[in-house]
Design a protein around this ligand. Sequence first.
Ligand SMILES: *[C@@H]1O[C@H](CO)[C@@H](O)[C@H](O)[C@H]1NC(C)=O
Ligand SMILES: *[C@@H]1O[C@H](CO)[C@@H](O)[C@H](O)[C@H]1NC(C)=O
Ligand SMILES: *[C@@H]1O[C@H](CO)[C@@H](O)[C@H](O)[C@H]1NC(C)=O
Ligand SMILES: *[C@@H]1O[C@H](CO)[C@@H](O)[C@H](O)[C@H]1NC(C)=O
Ligand SMILES: *[C@@H]1O[C@H](CO)[C@@H](O)[C@H](O)[C@H]1NC(C)=O
Ligand SMILES: *[C@@H]1O[C@H](CO)[C@@H](O)[C@H](O)[C@H]1NC(C)=O
Ligand SMILES: [Fe+2]
Length: 657
Amino acid sequence: MASSKTLTLIFLLLFLPISLSSPVSISVSPQTLTKSNRTITIRWSGVDSPSDLDWLGIYSPPSSSDQDFIGYLFLNASSTWATGSGSISLPLVNLRSDYSFRIFRWTRSEVNPKHHDHDQNPLPGTKHLLAESGAVGFDNPGGPEQIHLAFTNREDEMRVLWITGDGSENWVRYGVEEGRLEAAEKAAVGRYERGDMCDFPANTSVGWRDPGWIQDGVMRGLEKGKKYYYQVGSDKGGWSDIHSFISRDNDANETIAFLFGDMGTAVPYSTFYRTQDESRSTVKWILRDLENFGDKPVFVSHIGDISYARGFSWIWDEFFNQIEPIASRVPYHVCIGNHEYNWPLQPWKPLWAAYGTDGGGECGIPYSLKFKMPGKSFLPTGTGAPDTRNLYYSFDAGVVHFLYLSTETNFLKGSDQYNFIKADLEKVNRDKTPFVVVQGHRPMYTTSNEVRDTPLREKMLEHLEPLLVANNVTLALWGHVHRYERFCPMKNFKCEDVSSNVTYGASPVHLVIGMAGQDWQPIWEPRSDHQDVPIFPQPERSMYRGGEFGYTRLVATREKLTLTYIGNHDGEMHDMLEILSGKAPYTTDDFVAEDGDEVGAKAGGEGSGKFKFSHYLKEAGILLLGAFVGYFFGFITHCRRRDAPRNTWIPVKSEET
Ligand SMILES: *[C@@H]1O[C@H](CO)[C@@H](O)[C@H](O)[C@H]1NC(C)=O
Ligand SMILES: *[C@@H]1O[C@H](CO)[C@@H](O)[C@H](O)[C@H]1NC(C)=O
Ligand SMILES: *[C@@H]1O[C@H](CO)[C@@H](O)[C@H](O)[C@H]1NC(C)=O
Ligand SMILES: *[C@@H]1O[C@H](CO)[C@@H](O)[C@H](O)[C@H]1NC(C)=O
Ligand SMILES: *[C@@H]1O[C@H](CO)[C@@H](O)[C@H](O)[C@H]1NC(C)=O
Ligand SMILES: *[C@@H]1O[C@H](CO)[C@@H](O)[C@H](O)[C@H]1NC(C)=O
Ligand SMILES: [Fe+2]
């Protein structure tokens, strides 16, 4: 054995130089792609004594040095790799520069455990280049691409942002007929530079790529609740496809939103960080729901930890390509997460907050410029780079007032943000928007083993919770923990009337909804050596916990807000929450009839479902009678578990740090 190993080694040492200089050929087709995300095929041959360590590096631009790949795949991804020839196909996103591909050999003795990805897997070495392909590019690399919509401060507007390869004049043109886009608005244009990035890897040649130019167009004078068609670009630089959206209508009697945190990006290669394959499913099911909702106004709320680029610039391009089918159609709203922001010199950094380096040196700049949310919050970065924006803001959508806040910047009493939140919640007109939904990234409540943030949660409870309680906030939604968890209506760790599931003058119902794609969370399960002791016991206040990837869907009418948790393995409901506003006249009979059907149909096994509902409603009715003074808040929660067998769904695995 030993001698045969030695022989192999001698053989390798003798022949490696020869095999390295032997002609390996690599070709790519097509060499020009008509659009972002079109698939290319890379073919190679002539690899002598193939090894499972041989790999393909993906480069953009082609002038990048060997160690500055954007991603890699092992040649053994091709079934014929052992013959020395093979092929790999993958879609390419337009990075406004050409791509090229290089094949490297890398021997076991060269594995450097110090040069690794964030999972501690060694990154492939680049010492022995076997072959390099020609350049592959796009017909129109300058865009326009990565289209995404957002509300502005005005009800009769819709903002659209997109990326172009240069800063030349761009336009959005729009109208109610697809063939007649007669209105046009010129876009404002902006960008950021490598020098604006504040740490590794964002400011280095590994992470930095030219991000292009950010075009910002606002469609104005829109009529309420109408379908508008639009396209962006210019005669010189080309026009996008025509997209459509439903304009905003704050008189709408129904509000629909998809809400989630921590989704991330799926890419077809390995890179320096693990990417979020599950985000594909989240996008897929939301697109299905959008089809089903047809021409109703909908929007998306992604509450922090957005692309998980963390300083690797091209991941943002991949992300905006991935969400474009959604975001070119409905407004895509965000708030800031640790992974967009945290860096060593962030301006507000109390020791108890334990803010780390999770932003990968982006210091909030891509987040602040690639999105433009309503409001006017900002915080200087303190480095001369553009201000951090999109921190806190609010808007009404139909019957719900939505407030977004930042858990990464000062929220303590007396801060600008605190004052904003207080004033905003106090001026909500509950006749117009009976429901108020507050959203932020790090949770105020969670039962996951998220100990690092305990002091921060204490500050949130001390400074923010009283505002939420005093102003009868309906829902408080948080991300960061990659789980779904629903609490009872909470006030300082106290569950308000969990016994009856009907709460009167209820406190906010908190939910953690960070389950949209990032995999990295503690497991709420007994340890293998202590099956009897759960690691993270579920206290009474935690009404439902789910470990499956997915998102939530909010549908609210004046009478009732319904939030459902959709699981990605089957696109079906796993939990549901209903909250009554007490705002509109309704009778017990109406409500039970309407909802009883749904209960009967969907939760067939739960024979007592109907009875329970009517029982609760009667109770609510009685409470209502005694409640003519001021507000009535009915709260009904009905949990539907669909515990699918283990092997049919994909649970999240390990902890976020
Ligand atoms: C390909 O090679 C890599 C590196 O040795 C290995 O981790 C992986 O499991 C292999 N994949 C296949 C499909 O054989
Ligand atoms: C990146 O930022 C860090 C922190 O400011 C700095 O020490 C480093 O020199 C910068 N690197 C480059 C290449 O600019
Ligand atoms: C909303 O409901 C009110 C009262 O029933 C009605 O007058 C109004 O037309 C409705 N608005 C829409 C947009 O459906
Ligand atoms: C990109 O292309 C792949 C197939 O090549 C497809 O599955 C995916 O949906 C596309 N993504 C987008 C955002 O169009
Ligand atoms: C909140 O609800 C309580 C109980 O129904 C009510 O007394 C109070 O006036 C409400 N406060 C606000 C700001 O709506
Ligand atoms: C309240 O709802 C929870 C979860 O939906 C359920 O487990 C519990 O049994 C309900 N309480 C009562 C009294 O029915
Ligand atoms: Fe986070």
